[in-house]
Write a protein that binds this ligand. Structure first.
Ligand SMILES: [Zn+2]
Ligand SMILES: [Zn+2]
Length: 247
């Protein structure tokens, strides 16, 4: 009985595949009768985001805060590049945490590995990949900081967070203060963060992190001459927000 049911199911599937092929026959380019291709109807198109260049500057669309399985994300690094391409980005920083690596029991390569894995895919799809990392300490006291344009994340694996950021600075990194309002009721600079500002170790602040928006961060950037960031901080796969209209 089970065998017959399986045979019927297989037949149904085969018929469905066959009629799908017939319906798209004109779109099948390969004419080899022994190997034909079922048309890929998935949404493998780039959603171009058009923002004009201005004042002689080239405008790039990017995300400078994203995670993979090499810290606490659940996505493989090459897939991050494919998502970025799909969503029309030009530049991407993979910023896995230095200290927080909950999958390290299974994935315990060095802290530059996610970028090494992503690099060939980025090259292939024309995405500028920025080496980065996230220095991660207690929120509200020390906080989280992204260092982008780093050279070696391993050298930033230091006990003292200020030393880690100084190392980032030695590597020529650009450093920004992440999600200042996450888990907080209000936005204030902690004594440690004030020290960082005085030492010139903060270049920017996130005003948008994922689905959170911190209006006060805009005033901080304006008053302190810092760069404003909006990032995804995605840990899960990035959903297809923008549907390409094929009509
Ligand atoms: Zn963080
Ligand atoms: Zn993060």
């Amino acid at each position: 009985m089970m065998k017959r049911l399986f045979a019927v199911m297989l037949l149904c599937f085969t018929y469905a595949a066959f009629f799908s092929i017939v319906a798209d026959a004109q779109r099948i380019e390969n004419t080899n009768p022994n190997k034909q291709f079922i048309p890929d109807k998935s949404n493998h198109v780039r959603n171009e985001v058009v923002i004009p260049d201005f004042a002689g500057y080239k405008v790039l669309k990017g995300d400078f805060h994203i995670h993979t399985v090499f810290s606490d994300g659940v996505v493989w690094p090459t897939y991050r590049i494919q998502e970025a391409w799909r969503d029309g980005l030009d530049i991407l920083a993979i910023s896995d945490h230095i200290e927080y690596r909950p999958h390290s029991q299974y994935i315990n390569a060095d802290r530059n590995t996610s970028m090494k894995i992503a690099a060939p895919e980025a090259e292939k799809l024309g995405i500028l990949l920025v080496p980065a990392t996230e220095v991660t300490r207690e929120q509200g006291v020390i906080g989280h900081f992204n260092a982008i344009f780093i050279k070696d994340a391993e050298l930033m694996n230091l006990e003292d967070p200020k030393e880690a950021l100084r190392e980032a600075r030695r590597q020529g990194a650009f450093i920004f203060f992440n999600h200042p309002g996450w888990k907080m009721d209000t936005l204030v600079f902690s004594p440690f963060q004030k020290e960082l500002l005085e030492e010139g170790l903060i270049d920017g602040v996130e005003a948008v992190n994922g689905f959170e928006f911190y209006p006060r961060a805009i005033s901080w950037c304006k008053d302190l001459n810092l760069t404003l960031f909006a990032t995804s901080d995605a840990h899960d796969p990035v959903p297809v927000y923008f549907k390409y209209d094929r009509r």
